[in-house]
Design a protein around this ligand. Sequence first.
Ligand SMILES: [Zn+2]
Length: 233
Amino acid sequence: MKAFSPEFGVISFLLKGGKRKESPFKGALDPLSHSEVVFNATPKSELHFVREASLLHWFPNMRGNLEHQAIAQVMAELLLRYAPHGMALEKEFDLLLNAFLALDNTSHAPEILAKWFYDLCDAGGYSISLDHCMRCNTLLKEPAADFLPNEGGCLCRTCLGVHSAHYSDSFMNQLWQLKLGKIVPDARALENTFFLYLKTHLGMNKDLNSISWLKEVRNYANTTRHQTEKTES
Ligand SMILES: [Zn+2]
């Protein structure tokens, strides 16, 4: 079993009897759980034996919401596949725990995943700058005129000049709302852009399986919503 920890980043455990129906650890080692684990470190191996595990959060509401669960899976898959082993990642851990708690406590927070990608870039040392122009360094007081993914930041109106922007006004407004800490009703374009930015910085060569799953869940939710609307009208 792979887990993500604040002290050691990604860590792998070997579970005795983990496949038995009645696991001695109950829900503590369920996927997407937050638990405290006591383990015997095996110096010659990357696999450690779990001695005790106690469940801290099981996030029942997050699990009860298909989209929230899919978002949590994207976060978990990204970290388990691309975060380093054997290295303290406290900031990344806090971001993940806070995102899971938010997914568990709120029924509607459409920008959680976009915000998490954004904060993860910051924690990794390749922040996306939303408050200064990348060219003239002016503090932005309104939505920027364009976004420059290769430079990790924005361009002010003056610096864009007569050129046409690569990103739409609506996208630039969403970036601005995110910077102000406001709710972004549809943050999917932000998600895609930040995810691409992260991919480049993490050297990800494959897509995440859970991203396709999240898309399917959202499409399904849209179809059923339209059907309900039709039935109601
Ligand atoms: Zn400028």
